[in-house]
Design a protein. Structure first.
Length: 481
């Protein structure tokens, strides 16, 4: 197969990841007013419970499948074998998880209807083959095919979700269109795989490897979903979950822009690792770290400065607590960005998922303990602090582990220009933000001023990474040769 362009695939994957989060963001101002904080919180809590069953449905199959496909990109027979072995295993785990979940949903005295509707989330997992195209570095297909269904989902929400009582219809739309989007990708498969003899199937052959990739996935779920579950159980307040849901939604949408490179890099690093090109792997890793600093710092600092202006007009009245939550959770952009490079882009494709597991378990334990302490005292604010602390611990531990292969000093020094530019941006924005009242126009002014100051500072520093990418874009637009 023809070697794929990493930059183009990054753009595709950013579009895909942001698309997954942009849909709720686009409708968030509408839903925040229609469903109100407690309605948003109820949906968030129920979806967090369903996510545990989804976790067991996927196991470590998506990560395993993407990695294994990346090793055999150029061999039709081998990738067909890998696909069917992986997907048959996925069918088994999805069917088992769905059966258990339906029993669980039927036994619920409260919100049973919502739980039953969300069975569609497990159906979506049953048909998911996104990992296959990611392993082939064919990101354009997942974007174009799923974009249609996300747009249909947005239209559905505006047409059918009119009042607080329409919460079941909202939940139905989210699950239904996700399942349809995943199912539609099967139309591409005949071009990439062959039929294989059913007797040659060995779906449980690598179950130990899949399980080893599943363990860190379980741990990751502790601080990506358990936060919402623990807020609901400890505080008993759907309002607190509603505030947290809105803040984490914005933070993770911005985070997707930074971490999307990871999904692109995994198959590339896996392919290079399989060929024994260690030097090229390290070079790509340092560029990835630099990319995180380059985009992560302005996004993180920008959210901290703009949150007070953005939240009131975007979410409407009654969401004041989202401001400090969003400011705290914006730090995840840097923390997760760094540990995504080390853990996802380096440990997984180089077959050291055991190290990744070790670091994630440390972070999960940190998160759980801090949640128990802080949610009791400061509710959703405590959950936000616990999440940031856990991700920071993971990033630090991972950098210590790889210190002999990837120098922590060099990783930190890759960001010097961006630390300076970020600091200058904050100094300029501080008086600007204090003078502007909440409105869409003033938020746009803050974003424009911040971006201009940041990139002009990089220009003054003559940052090679920034200038190189600017020149690349200008060449493609035929502005320069």
């Amino acid at each position: 197969m023809q070697r794929k362009n990493v930059k183009l695939n990054y753009i595709y994957n950013v579009a895909y990841q942001v698309l997954l989060l942009l849909m709720p963001l686009v409708v968030a101002p509408y839903l925040s007013r229609v469903l109100e904080p407690d309605g948003v919180g109820t949906a968030s809590y129920v979806e967090s419970v369903v996510a545990y069953f989804t976790l067991f449905a996927t196991m470590g199959i998506t990560t395993y499948g993407q990695r294994e496909i990346s090793y055999v990109q150029d061999d039709m027979e081998k990738r067909s074998q890998v696909f069917w072995n992986t997907k048959v295993l996925g069918f088994c785990t999805s069917a088992a998880a769905t059966a258990v979940y339906v029993v669980f949903a039927l036994l619920q005295k409260e919100r049973s209807t919502l739980y039953l509707i969300l069975t569609l989330n497990l159906v979506a997992v049953f048909f998911d083959i996104t990992w296959f195209f990611q392993g082939l570095e064919e990101f354009g297909k997942t974007v174009t095919r799923n974009a249609l269904f996300k747009l249909l989902q947005i239209a559905y929400i505006f047409l059918f979700v009119k009042t607080k009582e329409d919460l079941p219809l909202y939940v139905l739309g989210v699950g239904l269109f996700t399942a349809l989007g995943n199912l539609s990708l099967w139309a591409y498969l005949p071009r990439y795989i062959n039929r294989i003899d059913i007797r040659a199937l060995r779906p449980f052959r690598d179950i130990k490897v899949v399980w080893s990739l599943f363990i860190p996935t379980i741990a990751i779920q502790i601080y990506t979903v358990l936060d919402k579950t623990m807020i609901g159980l400890i505080t008993g307040s759907s309002f607190e979950n509603g505030y947290y849901e809105q803040a984490i939604k914005i933070a993770r949408m911005l985070l997707a822009v930074v971490t999307a490179l990871g999904t692109v890099m995994v198959p590339r690093v896996g392919n290079l690792f399989g060929k024994g090109e260690a030097f090229e792997v390290r070079r790509l890793m340092y560029r990835s770290y630099r990319f995180v600093w380059f985009l992560g710092i302005p996004l993180c600092f920008g959210v901290i400065m703009a949150a007070g202006n953005f939240v009131p007009w975007f979410f409407g009245p009654g969401y004041d607590k989202v401001v400090p939550l969003l400011q705290i959770l914006s730090l995840l952009i840097l923390a997760i960005g760094i540990n995504n490079v080390t853990g996802i882009q380096y440990f997984i494709p180089t077959k050291r998922q055991n190290l990744f597991t070790y670091t994630v378990i440390i972070g999960a334990c940190t998160n759980f303990v801090l949640n128990m302490i802080l949610i009791n005292r400061i509710q959703s604010i405590g959950a936000a602090i616990a999440s940031v602390a856990a991700e920071t611990v993971i990033a630090v531990v991972q950098l210590v582990i790889v210190r002999k292969e990837l120098s922590p000093g060099k990783i930190l020094s890759e960001g010097v220009h961006y630390y300076i530019a970020g600091a200058v941006m904050v100094l300029v924005l501080w008086p600007v933000c204090r003078r502007l009242s909440p409105s869409i126009f003033h938020t746009a002014v803050i974003v424009a001023v911040g971006a201009a100051v940041y990139f002009l500072t990089l220009l003054a520093e003559r940052d090679a990474f920034f200038l190189g990418n600017v020149k690349s874009v200008m060449r493609k637009l035929h502005i320069i040769r």
